[in-house]
Structure formats: C-alpha cells, structure tokens
Design a protein around this ligand. Structure first.
Ligand code: GFB
Length: 309
C-alpha cells in the first residue's frame, strides 16, 4: 500500500480495527478513512454503495464484525449469522463494484472443525463438523472466505483472507457476560481484588487450550499481509503456541495481583477442546508475533486501569 493511498479501515472502533488504525498512523499512512456506526451502517447495502461512490477507497481492511465470547455466541446466534454475513457481503461485493485494489478480510480460527487435528493447517477448513457454541459465527466467516475465493476466481480481484487466532488487548470488550476470556478474567480478578470478594468463578473445566495473539501483533500481521501477500489461499495468523484456560487463569491472577481463591464452574461450557493454528505459512513469508502472553496481559491490564476505572 502506498503511504498516500486511501485506506478504509472498517470497524475502527473495535479491538482489531483500532489497533490497525494506530499502526497505520505510526507507519506514516496519510489517508486513512474511518466511519462510525452512526455514519455508516455496514449491514445496509445502499449506504455502503453510497459511501464507496463518495470516498472511492483504494484499499479495504475489513475488521467490522459482530463478535463475542462463548456465552455471547450461545445467546445471540441469529445476530452473529445475520450481521456478519450482511457486513461482509456488502463490503466485499461493493469493493468489487468500485474496483478496490486489494482488501483483507478477517475470518476466525473457530471456522476450523471442532475435532480438527492440531495445530490447524489452512487445508483443514471444511474437513469436519463445527463447534456448536459458535456455529453461526463460524458459518458466516466461512461464507466470507468462500466469497473472497469466488470473487478472486471469477473477477480477478485481490481479496486476501486471514484467519486470526483469539485476539486480546487494549480497547477490548470487558463485559462480564459477552466478552472473551482474557478481558473477562482481567475484570473478574480486578473487581475481586478491590472488593475483597472471593472466590473468583472461572467458566468450564479449565482444560480447553487456546492460542492468544496480542492485538498490536495482529494489526502488524494484517498490514504485513496487505504489503507482502497476494494469494487466494487463506492464511493463519497466530503465535505458534497455546495455553490451557487453567494456566491462563493463574497468569491473569498474578498480573492483577489477586490473592484469593479460584473456583472452576464446570456447569459452564468449555467450547472447543483445543484451538491452535499452524502458522508455518506466515512464518515462511517472514512474519512472527513478538509479544509474550504475560507482557500482553500486563499491557491490557494497564489500559483497563487507565480507561475504564
Ligand atoms: O474466550 P472465549 O469466550 O472463546 O472462551 P472461545 C475461551 C475459554 O475460556 C472457554 C473459558 O473454554 C470458556 O469456557 N472461560 C473461563 C471463560 N472463564 C471465562 C469467562 O469468564 N468468560 C469467557 N468468555 N470465557 C469464541 C467463539 O470461543 O472465540 C467466538 O465463541 C470467537 O466465535 C472467539 O471465535 C475468538 O475460544 O471458546
């Protein structure tokens, strides 16, 4: 991407979009376009077309999506399938209509089969049934991936699809019910520390394993792919190692400085038993994540204290 190109970052108020805008600014990109949800509702095709007609973005970084943790996915499957399919369909089709030079669409590691061999290679997509707790979200993302492939094939577009692992970091959603596990644990441990409330309840058995990427690393990887990758084949973005929810619990507990008891509530769902990406394709292109889990959680906790307390 040229430094003076017009780059539309869809979803700039979210976790990933905000980190991408920050990184683009630091790297000297001068023409970044953003729109709030009030200014542009991406689920409305006509609004999206009017926006592309007026602004003519040359590049699109598509991070806008309805996202949430395991409980949000269980509670709102209709919203997850509708909003994600609408947003991505409108953005991808309009990008084709208005000749966007290149875009990156973010899929998700949860699009891989529930019982996928680990680590998950790109070719395992659609090789088995999905994890039921996030099937709507996964199906929507698979539809986006397949739409990119189909448009590249039929219209010779340059639509890149990346599948990131679970992201976390500053600007995350810390809602106790709907958030992902890292922001949820930061908030639970912090509030328990302040209120001297014990025990802290962790959902599930603690046995599932997840791979977590710090959002600044994910932003860096997306910009790297925009500048260095043109394939139609999907590409995983991860860190190359995973952690059990139990190990994660004790890392967050230490970072926050909570000294009380922890209880695992096994009546809550575990979700997918293990989710870890094979990142050899990305490594072979020359990109690797830099931030350790403990450092990333410490940065996120600092942000949480500064901006939410
Ligand atoms: O982050 P999380 O909601 O996402 O949960 P998933 C990860 C694991 O942490 C699950 C456990 O095994 C949860 O049961 N966990 C323990 C908790 N305590 C908590 C808590 O207080 N809050 C939360 N949220 N989890 C999502 C998908 O799955 O991953 C989405 O549902 C999306 O579609 C996202 O793909 C990245 O990794 O299980």
């Amino acid at each position: 991407m040229e430094k003076n190109a017009t780059i539309y970052v869809a979803g700039h108020t979210g976790l990933v979009g905000s980190a991408i805008v920050n990184k683009l600014e630091v790297e000297g990109y001068e023409n970044i376009i953003v729109k709030t949800h009030q200014e542009l509702d991406l689920t409305r095709q006509a609004e999206v077309e009017d926006f592309f007609q007026a602004e003519r973005p040359e590049y699109l970084i598509l991070t806008a999506a309805k996202v949430g943790g395991i409980q949000a996915n269980i509670a709102y499957p209709g919203e997850f399938i509708y909003e994600n399919i609408a947003i991505q369909t409108n953005c991808l089709h309009t990008s084709y209509l208005y000749g966007v030079k290149k875009l990156i669409f973010l899929g998700s590691a949860c699009s891989y089969p529930r019982e996928s061999p680990q680590p998950m290679k790109e070719e395992y997509l659609l090789s088995g049934p999905l994890e039921p707790t996030n099937e709507s979200y996964a199906i929507a993302k698979i539809a986006g991936i397949k739409m990119c492939e189909a448009y590249n094939r039929q219209y010779d577009t340059n639509f890149v699809c990346a599948l990131p692992t679970n992201a976390y970091g500053p600007n995350d959603n810390f809602d106790p019910n709907d958030s992902h596990v890292i922001p949820a644990l930061i908030r639970k441990f912090h509030e328990a520390k302040i209120k001297r409330d014990t025990p802290v309840i962790i959902w599930g058995t603690g046995n599932p394993r997840r791979e977590f990427i710090y959002v600044d690393d994910l932003a860096d990887a997306c910009i790297f792919l925009m500048n260095n990758y043109n394939g139609t084949e999907i590409i995983n973005i991860g860190v190359g190692e995973d952690t059990s929810i139990k190990e994660l619990t004790y890392i967050v507990k230490d970072v926050v400085g909570y000294r009380g008891e922890v209880v695992f509530d096994t009546s809550k769902p575990d979700g997918m038993p293990r989710k870890m990406l094979d990142v050899s394709k990305l490594h072979n292109l020359g990109w690797q994540a830099k931030t350790t889990l403990t450092k990333g959680i410490a940065e996120t906790y600092k942000w949480y204290l500064k901006y939410t307390q």
